[in-house]
Design a protein around this ligand. Structure first.
Ligand code: BTN
Length: 246
């Protein structure tokens, strides 16, 4: 397994994902290059969301990958792989860490980490992937309208040294990415489901303002959530089509 040792440390940047995208245009970055910043002035979240992270208190970084061994139709496997790496890393710190579909990381019912994956695709191949990761580590107050943030410090009670945490996290991420390279898709899918928030648990969901009850029973290759209803019908949903009701 190749170590991901090319680390570009920045003080302040608009977004590490955007910075990585610009750098790739100019330079040949080795696979696993990490661009990490103490502060992002416009940290990007999923959709039009902003990622809130207080300067110097959290892990906010992007990794450059070249998953050209994979067909674009399997791109959700990258999300699963990265989510599992983070889930595993955090599970060494505390219990109750799960992956909330599609790829948020939760501690009980609260969000501790987010992932923003941006792929560059030509035809059916992925040229490069920028994996943006934000993990709330030492921050204890959150001011944005993000519904349910929590940090590792709020859970465990102590401060963490970010550089050491990055080393640990990198180890788990590279390990899972290696599994993806060896096309251990079945194993990754299995582990993803085992760690999925509310998997096989009857819960309430909202679709276009209508509430319904169901349980998550799978996630297909396109990353669509599969929910089985009480009358045994399996419904599939894309992101934005469905909301979890807490
Ligand atoms: C989400 O909305 O859950 C995704 C959040 C992703 C945040 C990270 S922080 C580092 C990287 N750079 C960005 O601009 N966003 C991602």
């Amino acid at each position: 397994m190749k170590p991901w040792n090319n680390i570009i440390q920045l003080d302040s940047v608009s977004s590490t994902n955007s910075y990585a995208a610009e750098l790739i245009k100019k330079e040949n970055l080795p696979e696993g290059t990490i661009i990490i910043a103490d502060e992002q002035s416009k940290g990007k979240g999923i959709g039009s969301n902003v990622w809130e992270a207080e300067k110097g208190k959290n892990l906010t970084f992007s990794i450059v990958l070249y998953p050209n061994f994979m067909d674009v139709s399997k791109q959700f496997m990258i999300s699963k792989t990265i989510a599992l790496g983070i889930q595993k890393y955090l599970s060494f710190k505390t219990r109750h860490i799960s992956i909330k579909w599609p790829n948020d990381i939760y501690y009980t019912d609260k969000k501790i980490a987010g992932i923003l994956i941006e792929n560059s695709i030509t035809g059916s191949k992925i040229n490069h992937t920028i994996v943006g990761i934000g993990i709330n580590i030492n921050q204890t107050e959150f001011f944005s309208d993000a519904p349910n943030p929590i940090s590792l410090k709020q859970i465990v009670g102590s401060d963490f040294y970010l550089k050491d945490e990055l080393v640990e996290l990198k180890y788990h991420l590279a390990k899972y990415y290696n599994r993806l390279k060896y096309k251990s898709f079945k194993e990754i899918n299995r582990e993803y489901l085992l760690n999925l928030y509310k998997y096989k648990v009857w819960s309430d969901y909202k679709v276009q303002d209508t509430l319904f009850r169901g349980k998550i029973t799978g996630v297909n290759d396109f990353g669509h959530l599969q929910i089985t209803t009480p009358d045994n019908e399996v419904k599939e949903f894309d992101l934005k089509e469905i909301e979890f009701v807490f």
